[in-house]
Design a binder for this molecule. Structure first.
Ligand code: F6R
Length: 636
């Protein structure tokens, strides 16, 4: 989603703003722009369509020099991604950038047009610029008052940074439902949509809350509430280092983040297993033994990859936690008149902690009396703050749009939670708890093994990167991994892919299978193994090209793959007819280490991330910033 950076100080602000926008690129955008106050007090704007290199080229042709300014990357919602719709937008003395959606912009635009205002763009944002300019012209004593007056007219979400030609050395920011952080150093002040934007300049950040307005000046930052009353806010120390947010020698952030999974998982698990190894310690979850016993249902709420993690969590919560569990996607449950109550534990899962639909849904559940626990990666994010307890995944910053290490870290946190609930409620014995947790502790090392032996995945991707479509099948906890694999394949390679519960194939999707269709089968050694193998044979019999993910030394599968390879080598007429034997072709086998069934999803997904990555690479896609996607989805 859109990214905002603002700076007031003594330094030339253009490189600070452009540098900040570059560190927000992961959020996704299709145009960008800068507004800088010049020596004579005027404000100049440069905007451009496409990547930031194009903005840099525009700035080389038209340099902007000044010590306060605002920058923006726009992810188009209202109006095409062209230069006119790019931010900053100006009206009268006011210039601003905006992240979010003004939901009542049609009515406001009509009202302003009736008053004679002429709009330059198709955006909802321009309405805000005109409302603020109108408040300035209407006698507001200062820019912050004008902003406060204007936002009372607005419904929807916004993070704003506003400058005025009438007030030098000042930028006013405001927010509602879209993230904005602030920071102050000796003689300079910053605002941004996310910490990486200003990380090189400041060790601490302040978080602006919904409804608040802040004034950035060299001397400091003043935060006021909706009534204009002064708010005192303590800064937070930033723990992520810049080194961690670079590419570290990898070609893409996504590849780096895939390889960071062993360490990320160690961080998620660390300090959360009791000294005797049989229990999970989660004081920050806010779940006491009493409250854990009172839970009658666990409802997971999430979007996208996080909802695939949630589906896996449901299996564990019912099997190990002994509690009824359901999964809801944020965008549906928030409008479904869903019934929540005090006996529900709602677990909101989000990498960014800012996803608008998940946030709105958890607020609805909390208002109805449910206890809300957040599983998030970003410290002090909106979802973390709106919940009763938080389990941080501690995976470190995830920059690539497609989630990888945050997904596996979410799985680890969910398994810990299920064991915790099971142990507290007595549905899981100490000995069994210890065996599962021992298996979880081995996972980082096993992921390292998978990554070290993954060279073959590129060869498999080479065979299939020109396919139009792909199916991914799994049963039990491998089913959410199938969904996650399909999501990853389509979002970064743009190859159409669908994940199915393997048992559902014959209820429709098998009609799609022919010799051109690659079918990925997730078939690790667990209680679903033999049934999945049968489903695999059904698609093999119809000519599908199989990629199977199985436990190392799976004798049955190896034998089946060998038969198939032999048939491919000599498909003579002596073989039985196609309907009763595997179709000639080849089976590609990807092996994972032997592990307890509970931790298998954490392993099977890793080669699937690499498969998606390689398919995208071979397709020449923008792996880290796929088209139309944003890292942090702060609008519904
Ligand atoms: C896919 C992906 C998205 C996110 C979804 C929710 O790779 O990253 O599907 O999972 O937008 O985002 P969070 O987890 O930040 O709530």
């Amino acid at each position: 989603m859109c990214g905002i950076v603002a700076y007031v100080g003594d330094r030339d602000c253009t490189p600070i703003l452009v540098g900040g926008l570059k560190r927000l690129e992961y959020r996704g955008y299709d145009s960008s722009g800068l507004a800088v106050r010049t020596q004579d007090g005027g404000i100049e704007v440069v905007r451009s369509v496409g990547k930031l290199q194009r903005l840099e080229a525009a700035l080389a042709a038209h340099p902007l020099f000044g010590t306060d300014g605002i920058g923006h990357t726009r992810w188009a919602t209202h109006g095409r991604p062209n230069e006119t719709n790019a931010h900053p937008h100006a009206a009268g003395s006011v210039v601003l950038v905006h992240n979010g959606i003004v939901e009542n912009h049609v009515a406001l635009r009509a009202e302003l047009e009736a008053e004679g205002v002429r709009f330059a763009s198709e955006t909802d944002t321009e309405v805000l610029a005109h409302l603020i300019a109108k408040a300035v012209d209407g006698g507001a004593p200062n820019l912050e008052t004008a902003v406060r007056r204007a936002i009372t007219r607005v419904q929807g979400s916004y993070a704003l940074a506003v400058m005025s030609t009438k007030e030098r050395g000042k930028i006013v920011v405001a927010k509602n439902d879209s993230p904005l952080i602030l920071a102050h150093n000796e003689g300079e002040a910053f605002a941004a949509s996310d910490i990486p934007a200003i990380l090189p300049h400041v060790p601490e950040v302040l978080i602006l809350e919904d409804g608040e307005v802040a004034t950035l000046e060299r001397a400091g930052i003043t935060i006021t509430d909706a009534n204009g009353e002064r708010v005192v806010r303590q800064p937070h120390r930033v723990s992520w280092s810049l080194v961690e947010s670079g590419k570290g020698g990898f070609k893409h952030y996504m590849l780096k983040e895939i390889h960071e999974q062993p360490r990320a998982l160690e961080h998620t698990i660390r300090g959360r297993i009791s000294s005797d190894g049989g229990d999970v310690v989660l004081p920050e979850s806010g779940l006491t033994p009493e409250t854990a016993k009172e839970i009658r249902r666990v409802c997971f709420i999430a979007c996208g990859s996080s909802s695939n993690a949630a589906l896996t969590g449901r299996y564990w919560m019912e099997q190990l936690g002994g509690v009824r569990a359901s999964v809801e996607v944020g965008s549906e449950v928030r409008y479904r008149d869903a019934i929540f109550g005090p006996e529900d534990l709602v677990v909101a899962i989000s990498q960014s902690g800012e996803t608008a639909d998940t946030l709105a849904a958890l607020r609805t559940a909390r208002e109805a009396g449910a206890r809300v626990l957040a599983i998030v990666n970003v410290r002090d994010s909106a979802i973390a703050r709106a919940s009763d307890g938080v389990l941080y995944t501690h995976a470190g910053p995830e920059v690539a749009v497609a989630s990888t290490k945050c997904f596996t870290a979410q799985l680890a946190a969910l398994l810990l939670l299920a064991v915790h609930v099971g142990r507290t409620r007595g549905s899981l014995s100490h000995a069994e708890g210890r065996r599962i947790l021992e298996a979880l502790k081995r996972v980082p090392g096993q992921v390292r093994t998978i990554l070290a032996n993954a060279r073959g995945v590129r060869g498999i991707a080479k065979k299939h990167h020109q396919s139009k479509s792909m199916l991914v099948l799994g049963r039990g906890p491998s089913y959410p991994v199938a969904l996650e694999t399909a999501l990853k394949v389509k979002e970064i390679s743009y190859i159409h892919a669908e994940g199915y519960a393997a048992g559902e194939m014959k209820h429709g999707p098998i009609a799609l299978v022919d010799e051109t269709m690659p079918v990925v089968v997730l078939c690790p050694q667990d209680r679903h193994h033999d049934k999945t193998l049968s489903n695999m044979q059904e698609v093999m019999a119809r000519g599908a090209k199989i990629i199977v993910v199985c436990t190392k030394d799976d004798a049955e599968l190896t034998a089946m793959a060998a038969v198939r390879a032999r048939l491919a080598a000599s498909p003579d007429g002596s073989e039985p007819p196609p309907s009763s034997r595997p179709h000639p072709g080849n089976v590609d086998v990807i092996e994972i280490p032997d592990a307890r069934s509970e931790v298998l999803p954490l392993l099977t997904v890793v080669p699937m991330q690499l498969l998606s990555y390689n398919l995208a690479l071979l397709q020449g896609r923008d792996v880290d910033q796929p088209r139309n996607l944003a890292k942090t989805v702060t609008v519904e």
